[in-house]
Design a protein around this ligand. Structure first.
Ligand SMILES: Cc1cc2nc3c(=O)[nH]c(=O)nc-3n(C[C@H](O)[C@H](O)[C@H](O)COP(=O)(O)O)c2cc1C
Length: 202
């Protein structure tokens, strides 16, 4: 069994989403002794933004740009790691109502027609099967259903939609929101998220 662990917060040791992904990984290690974990710190080592040079390479043109070539190798590794993983653990803080750009850059490499989804006469079909995903969602404000800012939530909803588009529909969100609403609110929300993690079953 393999687990792919992605972090995207820029806050390093102060990051709540990193704490939550690390606890989710520990929980899976307890549930599945021997599980292989591959970790990617997308904030520390991001892929480049997609460019014309990338698209030309995807279409078979040889690139002589060492930076692009190294980045293409990284994108291929992202894809292999995703295909191999049974479980995805995605650290996804809300940045400007959506996800951090390094996480989007990862998505731009793995959402590839013919590999992770395909177009059929009946519409698009996700090609990733039998994978579970866990999203560690953190945000400064409150955007849960029913809250005044709910319509501005383009972080969890985007990720859940994207994963479903690729065929991953077994998704669990572990959420700590209201991180900017004072120490007590933050502590209570993190404690609830940790309880949710402790309750994850095999
Ligand atoms: C660049 C940046 C943009 C942010 N944008 C939002 C936002 O749009 N809405 C919000 O509620 N919180 C926002 N926040 C607050 C973070 O979501 C919050 O601090 C969260 O805990 C970050 O996750 P982390 O602790 O794992 O880094 C932003 C934080 C940063 C650093």
């Amino acid at each position: 069994m393999k687990l792919l662990h992605l972090d995207s917060s820029v806050l390093g040791a102060a990051s709540v989403s990193r704490r939550l992904t690390s606890e989710i990984v520990l929980r899976h290690q307890a549930l599945h002794p021997g599980i292989e974990v591959i970790s990617r710190d997308l904030a520390a080592d991001p892929a480049l933004h997609l460019s014309g040079a990338h698209l030309a390479a995807f279409q078979g043109s040889a690139s002589e740009d060492a930076l692009i070539n190294a980045d293409l190798v990284k994108g291929n590794a992202y894809m292999y790691e995703l295909f191999a993983a049974d479980i995805l653990v995605i650290g996804a803080p809300m940045y400007n109502l959506s996800i951090p750009t390094p996480l989007k850059a990862w998505i731009d490499r793995i959402a590839v027609a013919g590999q992770t989804f395909r177009y059929t006469a009946g519409g698009p079909e996700g090609l990733l099967k039998n994978k579970k995903a866990f999203i560690a969602s953190t945000r400064g404000g409150v955007y849960s259903a029913g809250s005044p800012a709910a319509a501005l939530e383009h972080q969890e909803s985007y990720l859940i939609g994207l994963l479903a588009f690729l065929g991953v529909t077994d998704v669990t969100v572990v959420r700590a929101e209201g991180m900017a609403l004072g120490p007590e609110a933050k502590e209570a929300a993190v404690a609830r998220a940790l309880e949710d993690i402790a309750a994850i079953a095999a």
